[in-house]
Design a protein around this ligand. Structure first.
Ligand code: GLV
Ligand code: MN
Ligand code: MN
Length: 412
C-alpha cells in the first residue's frame, strides 16, 4: 500500500469524539466544558493519555497549551503542526474544536500504525481557552504562543466570579514549564466544523476557507438608579436595563443599515441587583462585531458607541463602552489553501472556497506561520449549541484531507 492510499479509521475517530463528549456532556446532548474547569482537566488528561499511547513527546507550556510531537527524520527542520481546542461554550456542541484535536490525533494514529516516517516532525496541539467565554478574550493560548498577548496579562484575566486565569490554570495542574513562545512552524492546519450554513446550502463536503473575519469585542456598562418598583413613578426613573435594552436593539439593527457582511451580537448580560421589584441600576453586556473589512468593522464599532451615548443621554443613564479585544481579518497562506483544495479533490471530495465567520486559533498562528483550515458541514448550520452536529462520514472525509495535507507538508 502506497502512502497515497493511506486512510484514517472513521470509526476510531468517532469513538474518540464520543469518549470526549462524556466529559462535561449535557442532558441535551451537547457539551459544557468551560476552559480551565475540572471538566477541562479531565479532557486534557484523556488527551495526554492518548498522546502517551502513541509515544509522542509531550510538552505543556506555561499557558497550558499541550503539544504532542512525533519526530521526523530531520527534527532540526521546522515542524508541521495541527490541532484546535477542547474547551467548549456553555451548552455548546461536541464538535467545535474537538474535531480538530481528535482529527489530528486520528491522522497521527494512522501515520503511526502504518510506520510512516516523515522528513519533518509532526506535532498536534490543544490550545487553551479558544472560546473566551470564561476568560475573555478568545484564543488566549494561541495568542500568547504567537506573541500577540503578554503571558502575565493573560494570567490576570478574570472570570465573572473574580477567579484569575493564572489561578485556574494552576488549580487544574496544567501550568507547564515550557515557555509559551512560538517556534518555527513550517505549516499549521486546523481542521474544524464550518459552524454555518454555507456548505450545506451549496452541497459540498469540504470547505476551504481563505481566511477569517475580523472581530471586535466590547463590554458596555450602563448605570441607572435603583429604586422600588411600586412607588416610583414611571417619569422619575433612570432604569439601566431599559437603556441597555434600547442599545441592544440598535446593535441588532446596525448590520442591516450598514450593509456588507457585518454581523453584530449581544450574547452576555449581567443585570444588577436583578430583583423583580427593584429598578435596575447597573447592567453590563457584551458586543461582538465582525466583518472581513477591518475599517468597516471599526466604523461600525464607532457608530455603536455614538448611538449608546445618545441613548444614555436620553435616558439619564451614563454608559461606558470598552473595547477589550480586536483582531483584524486573517488571510491564510495561499499555497496551503491550494493544497487543501487539491487534496480534497484528489480524495474525491467536492469542495468550496469560503470565508470563516467563526474565530479560530488559526488566526493567531497564521500571523507567525503558514496556515490553512479544513471545514466540514454543520448540519442545519447550527453551532455553539447542544444540537451542533456533523455527519460521521464528513468527519472522516475531512480527517483524510488533513492526513494527506500533513503528510505532504511533512515530506517537503
Ligand atoms: C469562537 O468560537 C468564535 O467565533 O467566537
Ligand atoms: Mn472552535
Ligand atoms: Mn467555538
Amino acid at each position: 500500500m502506497g502512502i497515497k492510499d493511506l486512510r484514517v479509521k472513521g470509526g476510531r475517530l468517532r469513538a474518540t469524539i464520543e469518549e470526549l463528549a462524556r466529559i462535561g456532556g449535557t442532558a441535551g446532548g451537547g457539551m459544557h466544558r468551560l476552559t480551565l474547569t475540572e471538566e477541562d482537566r479531565q479532557a486534557r488528561d484523556r488527551f495526554v493519555h492518548w498522546l502517551r499511547e502513541l509515544g509522542l513527546e509531550i510538552t505543556i507550556d506555561e499557558m497550558g497549551n499541550i503539544f504532542g510531537k512525533r519526530q521526523g527524520r530531520n527534527p532540526q527542520r521546522a515542524m508541521v503542526l495541527s490541532g484546535s481546542h477542547l474547551d467548549t461554550q456553555p451548552k455548546g456542541g461536541r464538535f467545535d474544536g474537538i474535531l480538530g484535536v481528535t482529527g489530528a490525533l486520528e491522522a497521527l494514529r494512522t501515520i503511526h500504525e502504518n510506520r510512516i516516517e516523515t522528513e519533518r516532525t509532526i506535532a498536534i496541539v490543544n490550545w487553551t481557552d479558544e472560546e473566551g467565554t470564561r476568560f475573555a478574550p478568545a484564543m488566549l493560548g494561541s495568542g500568547v504562543w504567537a506573541g500577540h498577548f503578554d503571558r502575565d496579562w493573560a494570567y490576570s484575566r478574570a472570570d465573572v466570579s473574580g477567579i484569575r486565569f493564572g489561578e485556574a490554570l494552576e488549580k487544574i495542574g496544567y501550568r507547564g514549564k515550557a515557555p509559551a513562545r512560538k517556534w518555527p512552524v513550517h505549516a499549521y492546519y486546523e481542521y474544524h466544523i464550518e459552524q454555518g450554513p454555507v456548505l450545506e446550502k451549496v452541497g459540498k463536503r469540504i470547505g476551504v476557507p481563505r481566511g477569517i473575519l475580523g472581530i471586535t469585542w466590547s463590554d458596555a456598562y450602563v448605570e441607572g438608579e435603583a429604586n422600588q418598583a411600586g412607588p416610583t413613578p414611571m417619569n422619575a426613573r433612570r432604569d439601566a436595563l431599559v437603556a441597555a435594552a434600547e442599545m441592544i436593539i440598535r446593535v441588532n439593527e446596525l448590520p442591516a443599515e450598514m450593509g456588507g457582511d457585518l454581523v453584530a451580537t449581544v450574547g452576555e448580560i449581567q443585570n444588577s441587583p436583578n430583583s423583580r421589584n427593584i429598578i435596575p441600576d447597573r447592567v453590563r453586556f457584551t458586543v461582538d462585531i465582525r466583518s472581513w473589512d477591518d475599517s468597516f468593522r471599526n466604523r461600525a464599532t464607532e457608530a455603536i458607541k455614538k448611538e449608546f451615548i445618545q441613548i444614555s443621554q436620553k435616558r439619564g443613564c451614563p454608559v461606558k463602552m470598552e473595547t477589550i479585544w480586536e483582531i483584524s481579518h486573517t488571510e491564510f497562506d495561499s499555497n496551503l489553501v491550494g493544497r487543501v483544495e487539491k487534496t480534497a479533490s484528489q480524495l474525491g471530495h467536492s469542495n468550496y472556497s469560503m470565508v470563516s465567520g467563526a474565530g479560530h486559533d488559526a488566526a493567531y498562528v497564521c500571523r507567525v506561520a503558514p496556515t490553512a483550515m479544513i471545514f466540514v458541514p454543520s448540519i442545519g448550520g447550527r453551532s455553539h449549541v447542544e444540537v451542533e452536529t456533523t455527519r460521521w462520514e464528513d468527519c472522516e472525509a475531512g480527517a483524510n484531507v488533513l492526513l494527506h495535507c500533513l503528510l505532504q507538508s511533512a515530506n517537503e
